[in-house]
Design a protein around this ligand. Structure first.
Ligand code: BTN
Length: 318
C-alpha cells in the first residue's frame, strides 16, 4: 500500500527513537536505504533528529496530504487506500487521468501541494499558493451509464459539506456543487469522465479546498478554513472528505439517489433565490425554483419562461 519512504515514516510516527538497524530489519532494506529515505523525508519538511546509539526521532510533521498521515484519521474502505502524494504537478485531475488510462483501480487518490495548471469548471483556471490548499482527485469506476452520472457531482458537494461541518464549519452548497462558508467560496469540484455513449469507463472527482489561505480577487469572493477560524491539517481535511464521500457514494450507487438529493436540498442556498444564470443558452435572470432528480436546476426566467439548466453557473442576486 505504501512506498518505502512512507513505510520509513510509519516506523517513526510514534515519536519514539528508532535505530537505523531496527528500521532496516523491519522493512527488509539496507541501513543505507533507510538513510536515503530519511533524507527524502527531510527534504519534504519532516524534521528528524539523528543521535548515535539512539537512532532517528521524528520531531516535526509538516502539513502534507501524505497517505500515512491521512490514515491516522480514518480507515479507508473503498476510497484513498492508496494516496499518491506529489509535491507539485500540472493538475491532480491530469495526473489521475494518466493512471486511470493505465488501469489504476477505483479509489486511487492523487494529492498535491501545488498545481501549475489547476483546472476549474467551465474552462477556468484554479489557483492556490503552494501548500495553502488541499488539492486532490479521486478515481471512480461506477457501473452506470453516463446519463445517470450527473448526480455524482451533487453527491461530491454533499460529501464536502458534511466533512466540513464535521470539522466545525457552517458550510453550504451553491448549485451545482460550490461549497461556501458565510457566502464565500471555500471549495470547488471539477468532475471529468471518460466513457462511451452507454458505458462509463471512469470518473475523476477533482476537489480543491482552501485550507490556510485563499486567492484574492477573481470571479467570486473566496475564503479559507483558516480565515473562518478553523485550523485543520490538510491530511485531516482530506480524511474527513474521503470518509464522507465513501458514505455518500455508497448511498448514491446503491439506489439511494433520492436521499442524496434530499441532503443537497438541505445544504443548498440556491433554491428559492433570485439568480443570474450563466449557461449554454446565454446569461439571464430568474428564480431558482427546483432541482431535478438528475441535478439540473429549474429556473423561471424574469420573462416567465421556464429553463432546465444542466450545465453552467449561477450567481445569487439577492
Ligand atoms: C471549480 O471551478 O469550482 C472547480 C475547481 C476544482 C479544482 C480542483 S483542485 C484539484 C483538482 N485538480 C484540478 O486541476 N482541478 C481540481
Amino acid at each position: 500500500m505504501y512506498d518505502t519512504t512512507t513505510r520509513v515514516l510509519s516506523e517513526l510516527l510514534s515519536g519514539q527513537p528508532r535505530s537505523g538497524q531496527a528500521i532496516a530489519a523491519a522493512l527488509s532494506i539496507s541501513r543505507a536505504a533507510v538513510w536515503k529515505h530519511i533524507n527524502t523525508l527531510r527534504a519534504l519538511g519532516y524534521e528528524i533528529s539523528s543521535r548515535t546509539r539512539i537512532g532517528y526521532t521524528l520531531t516535526y510533521i509538516p502539513d502534507h496530504p501524505h497517505g500515512i498521515l491521512v490514515h491516522q484519521y480514518y480507515s479507508p474502505v473503498s476510497l484513498g487506500k492508496s494516496i499518491i502524494y506529489l509535491p507539485e504537478c500540472a493538475s491532480t485531475n491530469s495526473e489521475l487521468r494518466l493512471r486511470a488510462e493505465a488501469g489504476a483501480p477505483a479509489g486511487l487518490v492523487v494529492a498535491a501541494d501545488e498545481q501549475h495548471a489547476g483546472r476549474g469548471r467551465r474552462g477556468r483556471t484554479w489557483t492556490a499558493a503552494r501548500g495553502t490548499a488541499l488539492l486532490f482527485s479521486v478515481l471512480l469506476r461506477p457501473q452506470m451509464p453516463p446519463t445517470e452520472l450527473a448526480g455524482l457531482t451533487l453527491v461530491a458537494g454533499v460529501a464536502v459539506v458534511e466533512a466540513l461541518q464535521h470539522l466545525g464549519a457552517i458550510a453550504t452548497l451553491k448549485w451545482p456543487n460550490d461549497v461556501h462558508i458565510a457566502g464565500k467560496k471555500i471549495c470547488g469540484i471539477l468532475t471529468e469522465q471518460s466513457g462511451e455513449i452507454d458505458a462509463t469507463n471512469y470518473v475523476i472527482l477533482g476537489i480543491g479546498v482552501n485550507v490556510w489561505a485563499h486567492p484574492q480577487g477573481g470571479d467570486y469572493v473566496s475564503t479559507s478554513l483558516a480565515a473562518e477560524g478553523l485550523r485543520h491539517s490538510r491530511a485531516s481535511v482530506l480524511a474527513a472528505i474521503l470518509a464522507a464521500l465513501e458514505v455518500n457514494l455508497d448511498l448514491f450507487t446503491q439506489g439511494q439517489q433520492a436521499l442524496c438529493l434530499e441532503k443537497w436540498r438541505r445544504f443548498n442556498t440556491t433554491l428559492g433565490r433570485q439568480v443570474t444564470v450563466h449557461g449554454i443558452g446565454g446569461t439571464y435572470a430568474g428564480l431558482a425554483r427546483d432541482i431535478t432528480p438528475t441535478g439540473a436546476l429549474v429556473v423561471t426566467r424574469d420573462d416567465g419562461q421556464e429553463r432546465v439548466v444542466t450545465a453552467g453557473d449561477v450567481s445569487l442576486r439577492d
